[in-house]
Design a protein around this ligand. Structure first.
Ligand code: ZN
Length: 409
């Protein structure tokens, strides 16, 4: 399905040399990501379209957008794939609870997401792939796992669901932020079913669920039903990018089990790594708690926009936090970002300013150093209060802020 309108990205001189590095959790250090030249490949886990787009989502996708922009600044092309999990439990539960058709809810929320992303000037992926559109591909992936003895059907007379066998591959917990004893607990908390009778291993994850009453189903050789969550991303990413792509990105709540499960399934299929690196964004809280549907403390981008918030101020409020940090959103955060936006707008409207070379170097270096947006913002702040008379500098800094930070002044 279509993504959203892109925006032009100005070229900032001098970016061709040097690599972008991000923090690698498995090795606990910064490592370059992307090839030295050519095309970088990125897969981002997309929304489940039932409550798009709250600020937690916005923080994730704006943070990942910094990577896309930093890669492009370094002279790379970017092949970028993203899914929409439009068949999954939370969406079906929300549809049921609100008496709506799940398809209508998914279409409506996906459209809101597109509008929010465009307003925030997030560069779009090459395409959005809905899970519901690739049932044949997903079925083939599961069959291929089965041929390799890595997927099996449960001996349950009512619901003979299909599972991925985690013991068919090694290193499931590689890079995952959980210990072996914690794994089952986190797995259960995030959609897994360690207690399901008949599984070979308690961490085996569902790949195909036979249709239950009231649930949607697709007719396949695996039975009439729908896929599990992880296998959708595995299939979509491999088909769009091939194996051993550069980065798989998403919120830190995907660091286990979602990303390791995708990677484990893919390793069995291709014999190669899945993503070479992961990018995990921090969680956003509000009113003292992590934003979540169960607590009802969600702040929505479309609501802020309807209230008259400038999306560029919102983008600056998000960029004031390093992508790996957990943070709390407050109205003061937004007010501070609005004030910063106005200061920057006034600074680039001057007839002359301090030369742009220093701030270009500083912003570029900050972003290539683990996408350090707060340091990049501080560099622009410094330039904005430095007097000078270079007539070319204001336009050069406006282009820099647009290209690398995605903020149009
Ligand atoms: Zn995913």
């Amino acid at each position: 399905m279509r993504a959203w309108e892109s925006v032009p990205v100005p070229t900032v001189p001098g970016g061709d040399d040097g690599a972008v590095a991000i923090y690698n959790a498995a090795q606990a250090r910064l490592l370059p990501v992307g090839p030295p030249a050519g095309t970088a490949r990125l897969y981002t886990c997309g929304i489940t379209p039932y409550d798009a787009t709250h600020l937690g989502h916005a923080f994730t996708y704006v943070s990942i957008d910094l990577l896309v922009r930093a890669w492009r600044d370094a002279g790379l092309e970017v092949r970028y794939a993203q899914n929409v999990t439009d068949v999954d439990d939370p969406l079906l539960e929300r549809a049921e609870a609100t008496g709506r058709d799940w398809r209508d809810l998914a279409v409506e929320q996906t459209e809101l997401y597109r509008a929010d992303m465009a307003a925030l000037r997030v560069l779009p992926p090459d395409g959005l792939t809905a899970v519901s559109a690739v049932m044949d591909d997903i079925t083939q992936t599961i069959q291929a796992l089965h041929e390799r003895q890595a997927a099996y059907q449960l001996a349950d007379p009512d619901y003979p669901d299909w599972y991925f066998s985690v013991t068919s591959t090694s290193n499931l917990l590689d890079g995952a932020p959980v210990s072996v004893p914690e794994a089952e607990h986190v797995f259960a908390e995030r959609g897994g079913d360690p207690e399901r009778a008949g599984k070979r291993h308690r961490l085996d994850c569902l790949v195909w669920r036979q249709q239950r009453p009231g649930e949607p189903g697709w007719d396949t050789p695996l039975g009439r039903g729908r896929p599990g969550w992880h296998i959708g991303c595995t299939t979509i990413a491999l088909n769009a990018l091939g194996p051993a792509f550069d980065v798989q990105a998403g919120g830190s709540d995907l660091a286990f089990p979602h990303h390791p499960m995708c990677a484990a399934e893919a390793r069995v299929l291709t014999g190669e790594p899945f993503a070479r690196a992961f990018l995990h964004t921090g969680m956003v809280s509000y009113a003292g708690e992590k934003m979540s549907k169960s607590l009802g403390n969600l702040v929505f981008v479309h609501q802020l926009r309807a209230d008259g918030t400038d999306p560029m101020a919102l983008r600056l409020a998000l960029l004031a936090h390093h992508y790996r940090s957990d943070w709390e959103y407050t109205a003061e955060e937004l007010a501070a970002a609005q004030a910063r936006l106005q200061r920057w707008q006034a600074a680039v409207a001057r007839p002359g300013a301090a030369p742009a070379d220093g701030v270009i170097t500083a912003v570029r270096a900050a972003l290539r150093n683990d996408l350090d947006a707060p340091a990049a913002l501080a560099a622009v702040d410094d330039w904005a209060v430095t007097p000078g008379s270079d007539p070319a500098a204001p336009a050069a800094v406006a282009a820099l802020v647009d290209a690398l930070l995605g903020v149009r002044l």
